[in-house]
Structures are given as structure tokens and as C-alpha cells.
Write a protein that binds this ligand. Sequence first.
Ligand code: GLY
Length: 430
Amino acid sequence: MSGLRVLVVGSGAREHALAWRLATEDGVARVLVAPGNPLMAPVADVRPDVRTDDFDGIVALHRAERIDLVVVGPEAPLVAGLADRLASEGVACFGPSAAAAQLEGSKAFAREICRAAVVPMAMGRAFASARGAIEYAAEIGLPLVVKADGLAGGKGVTICATLGEAERAIREALEDGRFGAAGASVVVERFLTGREASVIAICDGTTALALPAARDHKQLHEGDRGPNTGGMGAYSPLPDLADTRLQEIVGQVFEPVLAHMASRGTPFRGALFAGLILTADGPRVLEFNVRLGDPETQAILPRLPGPLAPVLLAAATGSLMGLPPISTMADSTVALTLAAAGYPTAPRTGDEIRGIDDARAARALVFGAGVARDDQGVLVTAGGRVLTVVGRGSDLAEAADAAYEAAARIDFAGKIVRRDIGRVAAELAA
Ligand code: GLY
């Protein structure tokens, strides 16, 4: 074989970063992306007709293009069984089976696994009836968190300062069907205080290799205020969670979870993302995702000196053991989300995007997400999170300067950019 033929599934900036990275590697002959977006065309063969839920189309693409490895970006196709379907076709897939993807698909399941594997998490319990949940909320004290059990598009978590708020959140999910089937049960948890961190490990069912840690900022406004979004920016490394401490977290969180998932007959292969909170008593798991983070991936991948494809293939084929830990460059990265007017509630589409080449000339990386070409071939906004712009530097301040300078060169009507991503000294002093 002269080189790997890799198919990346997804269309956002995370998938663009993966395609960009894989396309630079000697061991990779070809990168395809389904459905992708127009900004990926210089690095990958983009197949816009094959959607992430079109499993037949993905299998047909694998057969026609003799794909060696499928890398799945988003969680929904994994929860729906894409990795199982690909396994039945004999193709290596970086991403877990539907059974293992329940770590993200059900918060109650994730709690059960953490409890059985003795992984530190917030005190809490799952409920299918409002009465039990409300009684428990009164027991554990305020503030507390009510989470819809299933995938709720990032909207299923409510932080409650009063019991009245908790009761409302519980009833909305369990009785009013606010989140549909995703809210058929809820988890009620004690609120933990501390800074959040995203730690992602590449897993092959038994072995976990940690990627450098990153921090995502989910709220729309500076100072982590305003509505939740898909992520307004991320940076890496973290001054309060040095890359050298990651091995400890692998031992506390990832290895016990992998061992327990394997013992149940549902080994986890793919990217396991632990959303942690760094409390005074040590890290606690807030949630698991079963995929790479977005926008964390855009901040993490440029910090990896070594090739990624062999690591993803080894994870997919159960052969990570014996590979060295993933090494990390000393550089820092700051990834900014450029969002559309009206984001997150009603993002406007169709605004012309200018200045991407100028931003790249400033040595930034620019990854596309909510972008499309209109009838005249003009690049326009086509979703809430439009672009990720990544600046690099010898420290976070330099990386943030580079990212903001490049982001200023990109223009579309109503562009939204948070001003404080990676401005870490101010954040840690707050
Ligand atoms: N940045 C959080 C996520 O990818 O869900």
C-alpha cells in the first residue's frame, strides 16, 4: 500500500482541521471528506452529496474509493451506529460503536460507568420521574445542575440557583417534553466550582494516549456570560493543567473507564473527551463526549509534531499499545470562532465572506464550518459558527495576538468574535 486513503465524516471546522492535518502527512495518500464544505477543497476531495446520516452513501464511498480508514467527527452518526456498520463492512473506523457511544448519548449511562469504574465526578443521580428528581434536588443543596439525559444539541444543561428553577427545569424535561426523547430522564447533580478543562484521549479499547489539554469557552459573551453556544473559542496549553499532568488523568479517568467498558463487552475505540472541572479537591468528570472537541481540535492539532494518521489507525484497529505517548510542541495556540449575525438563536446566512487569504497571509490557520458558495460562486455564511481562526505563538499572549490580528482581516456582515479568548492572565485573575 503506497499510503492511506482516509475518509473524514463531517462538515465543520473540526473536520477541516483533521483533513488539513492528515493531508500534510507522508503516510496519507488521499483525504476525502463527506459532506465537507467548500473551504476544504484545497486539502481534500469534498463529497457534499454524502451526508453524515447517509450510511449507505458512506459505505458506497468506502467501496468506490478503497478507503482504509474512516474518521468520524460528530457524535450523532456514532450514536446511530455508523462505526458498527463500517465494522460489518470490514473498514477501520476511528470512532466508537453505538453501544460505547452511549457515554455521550446518555448522561445517566456515563454516571453509571464512572461509578462502577470509581472515576471522580459530581454527586448526583438519574431520574425518570419529576417527583423523585425534585425531592433529590432539595436534598443535595444549591446551586445544582439539571441535565437532560440524551443528546440535546448542547441545550440540555441548566444551572439552577434556586429550587424553583430546578423544579421548572425538571418538569420542562420530564413532563413538557422540551427535549423530546433526550429528556425522557434527567440527571440532577451538585454544581462544582472550578475552571473547566477538555482532556481528550485517543483510545483503542484498552490503551489511552492523551492529547494536549485545551479549554473551550461556550458562552457567547466575554467573561463567560450570555447564552451557551457550540463554542466561541479554545486555547492550548492550559496554565492550570500542564501537559505533564495528563498522565495522572489518564490513570484516574481514562484507564478505569476503558477497562470497565471492555469488561462489559463494549470496548471504546476512538476519541474519548472528558469535560473536567478542576476543583480544589482535584479534577472531576462533568461529561464525556465520544469524539474530538470542536473548537478544541482546531487548537490541539497544530500543537502535534508527529503524524496523526498512524495513531488514529492504531486506535481503530486496537493496536495503540507500544506506541509512544503523543508528543506536544511547546508552542501555544488560540482558536477563535467567527460566528454569524444572530448566533446562536437565529444565525443569518448568505453574507459574503472576504479576507480569508489575507488572514492566512498573517500566518494564521483558517478552518471553515458554516460556509457555502452561492450561485455565483461567492463564499457566504451558511451556519452559526462560520470559521475558526487559529493563531500560534511562543506563549498564549502571542498566539492570541496572532489570532485576533488574522480574525480582524476577515469580514462578513454581523461577524461575532469574543474578545477574550486566550487572554488567560485576565481570566485566571478573575
Ligand atoms: N467543545 C465542546 C464540544 O465539542 O462539545
